[in-house]
Design a protein around this ligand. Sequence first.
Ligand code: ADP
Ligand code: MG
Length: 635
Amino acid sequence: MGKIKVLPDAVANQIAAGEVVERPASVVKELLENSLDAGSTDIRVEIEAGGRRLIRIVDNGCGMMRDDALLAFERHATSKLQTVHDLDQIGTLGFRGEALPSIASVSRLTLETGSREESTGTRVTINGGKMIQCEEAGLAAGTIITVRDLFYNVPARKKFLRSEQTELAHIASLVTHYSLAHPDKSFELHHGPSELLRVTPVATAQERVFQVFGSRTLEDLVEFGPESKTLSTSDGEQKVFELSGFFSKPHVQKLNRNSIYLFVNGRLIRDKLLLHALTSAYHNLIPPACYPFALIFLDCDFGEVDVNVHPSKTEVRFRHSSFVHDFVRDSVRGKLMESKPVSSLPLPAVTPTQPAAGLPFSEFTQRIENAAPDLYEPIIPVAGPGLGSDAPILRLEMPPAPPQRFDFTDSQSQPPVRMRIPDTHGPLPPGVAALSEYDSLGSLGDLRPIGQLHNSFIIAAGRDGLWIVDQHVAHERILFEQVLRQFARREAQQQRLLMPMVMELTVGQQIEYARIADELAGAGFETEPFGNRTIAIKAAPAGLGSGDIEKAILEILDIAETELRKASVEDLRRNIAASVSCRAAIKINTPLDQQKMEYLLNELAKCEYPMACPHGRPIALRYSTREILRGFHRI
Ligand code: ADP
Ligand code: MG
């Protein structure tokens, strides 16, 4: 007799469960997706003990008829797919028909469901994949699925579960983000007696973001889209891609990718391509090892994206991947460029905005952000060029305070004057701030420099508040963009050296030098090989002090060797420009006269991206009039 046997269904289901049901949050994800596919508008999730003891989802969707309620637990039983051709055009979140049998095989599950087509509802009980009971029950239209004692019969899996708090954070993160993708629906999340999330239907995604995260987070975000782009395929078809969402201003810098949420046709996915597109949009705006907060919704023809890549349906494959990549990168970067968001100074005494849930906002978001450490694989931080390491130390020189005297007699005799505050916040719901023209760094050119703090920061008065501009990074950004423009036109401004400078290289540096010599020339370095492992520098970019020329070349070679092996010419140029401009920019601890300060602010206003230096540090902070008034209890 042969050795091969077809596995019984119960075993096959447990094997599938290994892939589909990794942890309590995967159960919530599958059940939530089923509820959304069933057209529900009101979804309630109840959790006990981080989902190990109980997960219950109550929806008001189409429900199931008795026969379907039984069939749903068969392997590969689905109402969402009929022929193999349907696989190319999947518009529902589910399609594999694996979730319910998989979950039922590793828990004690009860399904209660009622459909409008039948007068009575159905209750099905299954323990560890074994049907225990199927009975009639008086139920309204909709479905309740209760999953108890997850993994009770798979001790190996149970051991891998993390703490109750971690599992809960995964679940909270998931429900929160599905609620963001469906602002027109109600969502509730309860953990035991505490309510973590409750949101009612609203008209816009912006209002939903406000409901979930509060106004502080909304102020840190830029909303964009919908933006669309059409792809003409080789067979003459036109495919429209639409993009919308929110992404953070560059001062928001997260140390992992857990605050990046990508939705493709309403499905929450992890995708390296889109992630790369997003981080490229922030290239030179935030430090290399940092990530933004982002909620990105991409909608396209179902045929353009293959969702049948992984059993948990969290990965996709795009038919035209480079088109999608560039569309996302360019749209996000374009919007960052257009809105030029300014970072605001943190207020010392902020009352944390309460989310709709009872948990303090900060704790809630923190848990969500800290959750899912395995959302993407571990991140290996890339050292940022020059960031922090060689940043000059600020000398704080406090001038002795002169004895001060004020004469109050005059002002006391005058009636109190009411300040006129420009109305920067439009007719949004209270607390919801829109990006106004005053919030944009585009208004930098209208600033009036008042003076310098510690010979390092320019203090300036603007139409809406007080600004502090870091002179070094501001100048760095100005030079960086100048050098890049000169690169593009091949007309770098050079200074000839009186005597060529001779520089010795290591073998590695020599190899890199041979590879990037043309690009160095493009930036204004005139160099030539000079004997073995030695080069002669005859000219350098204008503005570089003689002591910095060698350092800049070494830094460029070093970065080229360690980080930019496979980088595009574009990235290489950006890094060369960043090294040159960092060395040529005015240092901190340098006194500036009024004219120079005005020049800096004007030039900065003309920059394409005046919000961050090429290494990602913020350039300007604004203390808005509103915040100042709030601080002085005048509003
Ligand atoms: P899939 O979602 O891939 O079809 P599932 O195992 O998740 O597979 O679900 C099997 C079927 O059960 C679904 O196709 C759907 O018809 C039905 N179903 C599951 N959950 C619900 C629900 N909440 N409301 C209505 N029908 C549901
Ligand atoms: Mg499903």
